[in-house]
Ligand binder design. Structure first.
Ligand code: NAP
Length: 274
């Protein structure tokens, strides 16, 4: 069966090596490859590739995560809550859209932090990834504060969530002082701007877990500053891997080895750097 990453541009994605390593380990003869699809070609690609018998499933990335919704026959609750699709499942002729970003992101977090039920969480950003994470975090944590550059987007996100939530400007960071978990879901610090951090280091304190969902570079400036302040840290590669693990389970019904997928993703990232 054929599996794809649909995006534009798709470039040097780590998803093909990550999924193909898991297929190989489980002796499945599937093939996962990138499929660069210009937005004008999305509808035609759905008909010509995705609705074909040889299609096994797909991941969806920028810029198609929202536009693809109208091409789905059904949406899982995860996609409804996130307002976006990152995984397509095909059963018979039915295309069902899922979103595994947040569940993968939370699985990565709980593997390191343990139970988040009593955690006070500060989330930086109100874009696609932050929306997906916030929808799954809000009902699970003690309270969630969303800080964003555009305050009205933070407010709009906070207003539609269940649970104890608040919002503010990304410039008002003193709330981090009383937080247990800080999550960066902005691209600040992503390659090539690797010297930038979204957080003033004076607000980093011991007892805080700092989770940066950016994975290129693996250790962002924020994570370096957090380590220097004696904090626990988590980078974004495990979120990428666990969203892939969840997608793999949807497609095959099999739980793959997360470590195998992590090792393949890491090797691909390192190969891309050279
Ligand atoms: P997005 O939809 O474009 O949202 C970006 C968010 O960051 C917005 O809230 C934006 O604020 C804020 N932002 C952008 N530039 C900023 C700056 N210079 N200063 C302060 N805030 C800024 O992007 P996304 O899809 O959510 O992705 C965000 C990051 O998460 C990317 O680096 C992406 O690679 C990463 N990511 C990682 C994973 C993973 O699996 N590890 C998954 C998804 C995304 P405004 O609202 O004010 O514009």
């Amino acid at each position: 069966m054929k599996f794809y990453l649909l995006g534009y541009p798709v470039g040097h994605s780590v998803s093909p090596p990550m999924h193909n390593a898991a297929f190989k380990e489980l002796r499945l003869t599937h093939d996962y490859s990138t499929l660069g699809v210009h937005p004008d070609q999305l509808a035609a690609t759905i008909e010509n590739k995705i609705r074909r018998d040889s299609f096994g499933g797909a991941s969806v990335t920028i810029p198609h995560k929202i536009e693809i919704i109208k091409h789905m026959d059904e949406l899982a609750g995860s996609a409804v809550r996130a307002g976006a699709v990152n995984t397509i499942e095909k059963t018979g002729d039915i295309l069902r859209g899922h979103n595994t970003d947040a569940i993968g992101g939370i699985r990565a977090l709980t593997e390191v932090y343990g139970s988040i039920a009593r955690a006070r969480v500060v989330l930086l950003g109100a874009g696609g990834a932050a929306n997906a994470l916030a929808a799954e975090l809000a009902p699970r944590v003690r309270d969630l504060m969303i800080l964003n550059r555009s305050v009205e987007k933070a407010k709009a996100l906070s207003d539609r969530l269940d649970g104890e939530t608040g919002y503010g400007s990304i410039l008002d960071q003193s709330v981090i002082e009383s937080a247990d978990i800080l999550i960066n879901a902005t691209p600040v610090g992503m390659s090539p701007n690797i010297g930038e951090s979204p957080v003033e280091s004076e607000y980093l304190h011991s007892g805080l877990l700092v989770y940066d969902i950016v994975y290129n570079p693996l250790k962002t400036q924020l994570l370096k500053d957090a380590e220097a302040a004696g904090e626990r840290t988590l980078g974004g590669l495990w979120m990428l891997v666990y969203q892939g693990v969840e997608a793999f389970k949807i497609w095959t019904g099999i739980e793959p080895s997360a470590q195998t997928m992590y090792d393949a993703a890491l090797a691909a990232l390192e190969a891309n750097r050279h």
